[in-house]
Structures are given as structure tokens and as C-alpha cells.
Design a protein around this ligand. Sequence first.
Ligand code: PYC
Length: 314
Amino acid sequence: MHKIDFIDSHTGGEPTRVITGGFPDLGTGTLAERRARFRDEYDHWRRAVAREPRGSDTMVGALLLPPENRQACTGVIYFNNVGYLGMCGHGTIGVVRTLQQLGRIQLGRHLLETPVGELYVEVHSDGRVAIENVESYRYATGVVLDVPGHGQVCGDVAWGGNWFFISHDRPCELTLTHQRELTAYTEAIRAALVEAQVTGADGAEIDHIEITGPALPGDDADARNFVLCPGMAYDRSPCGTGTSAKMACMAAAGSLAPGQVWRQAGILGSVFEGQYRRGVRGVLPRITGTAFVTAQGQLLIDENDPLTWGIDAT
Ligand code: PYC
């Protein structure tokens, strides 16, 4: 029986499962190299953690690893039910809160390594966590797609640590009661991107779809979004990488100034606060949110269990 140590948390409603021990040794090298080894040789471990019956299609896993840079407090590889993420905003806030719970970091600023670069995080005394995300930029604007059943949808393609298609076009209000309709709409947009061969830089797949709209009465925010994640589940949080990509688009359009605070509500109404500094190509976003630890334990992998490496729903 293999035993995997984990701590679960949620950030604005979106779960993160931090793996603190019990995983196979991924060797040395950059986080990108170790992520490739994880994917090529140990992918069944990802499935065991993130997929049902132990995980779910909303679960983001975060594997803690020794960093290459000794200044960093940890390295981390993010994954979900269908694959690997470059970066994850809500997940990073969950990781930082978990490291604090474990006594591995204190209040203040810390460096963290991810497969898409190093970033600083800051733990505030009121429990909030700020992340200084990787440089984010608008890659294409005014992209018009023919989306079967929905007509033309116009949006921007942007990088915020993951690739996003961001559109103001929406079929209904951005409320939880419409989540099925919004999921079907964003899934159709995702298929239309593939059909039209619209990609991010170097042909990268655009695997996050963000619909953006005005804040609702009662939201303590500037805007509300709905984000479809790669595993076809919607992000319960306002999506840290999505908020970064959105701020990059607003900066490129001249509608958000450096240092100006942008409060982004997600589909549950939970809020991330964002602001940015100018970068070389785009913006350097700072995203602040709050995570709560919900569980701690061990996942058991019994080789006699036919579903021990997760249910394949594809
Ligand atoms: O917060 O960046 C994020 C994120 C990506 C996928 C789910 N959450």
C-alpha cells in the first residue's frame, strides 16, 4: 500500500490538494524538467490524486518539491484531472497558506519556483496571501470565432501563466444558477478555438476560457467572471492566472493603469484583488486572496483496487 501525505485547502471556493510526501522521486533538474518526468513516467500518480474516487474534476494538485534555487522556499508542480498547469493563482495561494500551517514559512515575502518561472509571494498578518505572478500579456485582440449554436463570439487571447481566451460576450448573467449554460457555452468556444486553429504563442493550446461581465449587486468588486478550466470544470475562484491575463488585456487597451486596484469576483462572488506593474512585454500582476485549510491526511493506493489509479472519464 502506497501512502501519500496531503493537505487540502480552498481559495475562494476552488480546491487545492498539496502533496507533502509519499510521491516517487522525480530526480533533479528544473521544475519544467521534473514536470516532464512526472508526465512521462509517473502520470498515473497524478490521476490517482486528482481524479475520482479520491479527487474530482475541480481538484488542483500541487506537488511540493525541493527548489533548484536555494533562495526559494519550495518548488511546486500544479496538475489536475486531465494534465498539468503552468501556473495556478488560487493554487499558489493555497500552497502558501498550507506552508504557513505547516510552520515552513512565516509572515513576509518568500520566493517560490514553478515550471513557468520563479515568483514572490507574501503572507500578510490578516491571513491574506499576495502572489507576484509571472509576466502576463495580451497576445491577440479582437479574435472573432464562429461558435456553433451561439453565433460569433469576439475575444482576446492572453497569457497569465496559462493561456486564456477572454470574451465580454455572454449568453446569460454570470451567476451560479447559470453554471450549466455557461459551461456549455465556454466548452463550445473552446471547441471553436481548436476548429479555427487559434492558439497561444508557439501553437500553445488555449485551455482556459474566461467570460467577463459587470459585477452583480452585492459584489464587492469591479467585475465578475466565469472561467472554464482544462478539465471542463468551472473555476470556483476568480482564477488568479485569469485575473492576470485580464489585467494584461486591460493594460494593453489602456483601461487599467499601473498600481490601480482591480477587484475581480468569480462565479461564487469570492474576490481576488489585483494590480500590476509594467513589465517588458506586458504586465507584472500582483494578486491577493485568502485560502482556508480544510483537511489533512493520507491517500492510500491499494494495488488490488481496480480503480486505484483513478477513473478515466475521457
Ligand atoms: O487560479 O490560476 C488559477 C487557476 C487556474 C485553474 C484553476 N485556477
